[in-house]
Design a protein around this ligand. Sequence first.
Ligand SMILES: NC(=O)c1ccc[n+]([C@@H]2O[C@H](COP(=O)([O-])OP(=O)(O)OC[C@H]3O[C@@H](n4cnc5c(N)ncnc54)[C@H](O)[C@@H]3O)[C@@H](O)[C@H]2O)c1
Length: 267
Amino acid sequence: MSEDVSLFGLTGKKVLIIGGGQGMGEASAKFLSRAGCDVALVDLVAERAETVAAMVTANGRQAHVIVGDVLDDAQIPRIVAEAEQKLGGIDLMVSIVGAAAWGSLMDTTAAVWDQQMGLNLRYFFLVAQATAASMMQRGKGGAIVGIASVDGQRASPMRGAYGAAKAGLISLVQTMAVEWAPNQIRVNAIAPGHIVTPRLYDTPQRVEAYGKSLIPLRKRGTPDDIGKAALFLLSDLAAYVNGTTLDVDGGLLAANLFPRGLPGNNG
Ligand SMILES: NC(=O)c1ccc[n+]([C@@H]2O[C@H](COP(=O)([O-])OP(=O)(O)OC[C@H]3O[C@@H](n4cnc5c(N)ncnc54)[C@H](O)[C@@H]3O)[C@@H](O)[C@H]2O)c1
């Protein structure tokens, strides 16, 4: 590899990627392996993780596939222990899994609320807790990144439960950063804006027009934009960055515009 990656300080580091089978997780695997990391990829779908593992191997680093469901509490200790054993210790972790349910607050049932908290906040707490415990036991410090959203930082009409869960993740990351700092474990979040991932939430034409009209950079982001931010936050370049949320949104939050104007009674 011809790139000079020494600035990142990641050569030989071991990274656990939760949801590493596509999109932002795949992009994180790409940049982290190019910077010298060995990678453990956790995903529900084995074929996805295996495809990404082949790319990591082609980048000259070790790749391990762990099939599992992080929404199943009972699997989390097994997933983290398997990563620890296959990698030979965990230095870094990035957790991608999450998704928004669409609907006004008035239409949000208790079941939807619980599903959104589970998918966007609860599992992250449990996975980060188990990973940090492994890092503490090893005694070499570490770094953790969670994926929040711009929706966690302002009103989130029609995605209220999701926004509340992501706001919770931002708060949780701050507390983890403070409680785990004595162990030299840094914890940060990335807040993506509108990113073109394999799971688009709207028709491409409509989203394209929206992107052009409201995002200051006049384009939606890519999974690579998030992978690069994860690389930065997990690297030595961010050695003094702890407890922060990095907006990767083309200026969306700075512009402070609502996606479809102010909501009506039905959101
Ligand atoms: N796309 C956007 O515009 C946008 C904006 C803001 C925030 N986000 C956040 O970005 C993150 C990534 O979103 P995405 O659409 O790229 O992800 P995704 O749905 O494509 O999932 C990434 C990977 O995680 C795996 N996965 C899903 N559930 C899992 C589980 N329970 N256990 C193990 N693996 C599982 C999937 O198989 C997939 O390979 C989410 O947290 C989302 O809330 C996305």
